[in-house]
Design a protein around this ligand. Structure first.
Ligand SMILES: [Zn+2]
Length: 394
């Protein structure tokens, strides 16, 4: 017997294969020619992905930082396009590993469909693994189908054999009864048709079928995340403010989560049976929501009063609203520089309030207004240091 190829799913099946070969050679007297046989490792499974991501989870990274790590890692995965359909089944476990890494637990705090959106649309730009893997396989099929047409290559014939109705509907192939066609298409080839229809990619020209381009096209169709009570134009400005480069990554995360509801506040924890009370730990009367924590709470108002002197150059205290604190929408006419300063200061203020809440709940430590004021100052000074360092680099 010559030219036998055996696919093994895991280590036990390799062991079973070796055993079968030995039994066969004992019974028949024929032997496997080890000199001519070779093994090929096609796929290392999801464990390698988990291991790579796991190394980064030891560091104290923000969501912004983690997303950057993930994007870089998945861009550099060169084996994915080659064994596209083998990876498709791993989309679920890899996605779970990705979100475990982002949230540090099995519980998602914000919907995944929102996380996939670009920051300017209210998301975090997390790589959409299922669609990324599918687009790798689809693009590979299409490239082989188009590029290999003249050469009559194996890849082209395979994709034609399984996907003829799709190619015909896209106008890339004719029905030729002299070529064989399979009516019983495997699931991963059926998924190609589903992918094209699902994302309405029928109009895309053949030369644009590259994973990156297709991914961009899919993401471009994402709708902007709305914010209750704000018109669409203003929402766009809010997401711009939240993902502004003038903020540090930590502050970007905090202001985004304060709007999206990802902060582990008591109302959030109570809804998930993780906390007994729903009330603000500082004033005990009202429910702890992000609006209460950063604006309505008595403590927040007192701290804002204390910051009046710092704020007065950019924004008068009496014009400050909850829109300014949560969304960075400052009333009246201001210069761009003043708005940036005020937004940074407000984010330092939110950071300190959040730190205060955590100290109170976790360590039962109560900070004074003076402590908080000093902390806001030191955080704001970090921004000034960052600016001067950047200027030096330029
Ligand atoms: Zn309160």
């Amino acid at each position: 017997m010559d030219n036998v190829t055996v696919f093994c799913a895991d280590q036990p099946s390799v062991r079973a294969l070796v055993q079968t070969c030995e039994d066969f050679s004992k019974a028949s007297g024929a032997k496997v020619n080890c000199g001519k046989s070779e093994t090929l490792l096609l796929w290392t499974g999801t464990s390698s992905v988990r291991q790579k991501i796991g190394l980064w989870s030891l560091r104290d990274l923000t969501i912004e930082g983690k997303t950057l790590v993930l994007r870089r890692y998945f861009q550099s995965c060169s084996t994915w396009p080659k064994h596209g359909h083998l990876w498709l089944r791993s989309a679920g476990p890899i996605t779970r590993a990705v979100f475990n890494f982002i949230w540090g637990s099995k519980m998602d705090r914000v919907k995944r469909s929102v996380m996939y959106k670009a920051p300017c649309k209210g998301g975090k730009g997390v790589p959409d693994i299922p669609n990324l893997l599918r687009s790798f396989f689809v693009c590979n099929c299409i490239r082989q189908m188009i590029m290999g047409k003249e050469k009559d290559s194996v890849g082209s014939s395979m994709s034609r054999f399984f996907l003829l109705p799709l190619w015909r509907s896209l106008g890339w192939d004719k029905w030729d009864s002299s070529y064989p066609y399979n009516w019983n298409t495997p699931w991963f080839y059926l998924d190609v048709t589903k992918f094209v229809r699902e994302h309405q990619l029928e109009e895309v020209k053949p030369d644009l079928w590259k994973p990156k381009t297709i991914h961009k096209l899919i993401r471009a169709k994402d709708a902007m995340e709305s914010i209750p009570g704000l018109p669409a134009d203003t929402v766009k400005v809010v997401w711009g403010n939240v993902s502004s480069d003038s903020l540090s990554n930590k502050h970007k995360d905090m202001s985004w989560m304060a709007i999206r509801g990802g902060l582990p506040l008591r109302t959030f924890m109570h809804a998930r049976n993780l906390c007994r009370y729903r009330h603000c730990p500082r004033c005990i009367i009202y429910e702890e929501t992000s609006l209460h924590t950063f604006w309505d709470c008595q403590f927040a108002q007192v701290l804002l009063d204390a910051l009046e002197h710092e704020l007065k150059d950019c924004v008068p205290r009496n014009l400050l609203t909850h829109h300014a604190v949560l969304y960075g929408l400052f009333q009246g006419t201001h210069t761009e520089g003043a708005i940036q300063e005020a937004w940074r200061l407000i984010n330092c203020f939110k950071d300190v309030l959040w730190y205060f809440t955590n100290c109170l709940i976790l360590r039962r430590e109560r900070m004074t207004i003076q402590d908080c004021h000093r902390l806001v100052h030191s955080l704001f000074r970090d921004y000034n240091i960052r600016d001067s360092l950047e200027e030096e680099e330029d």
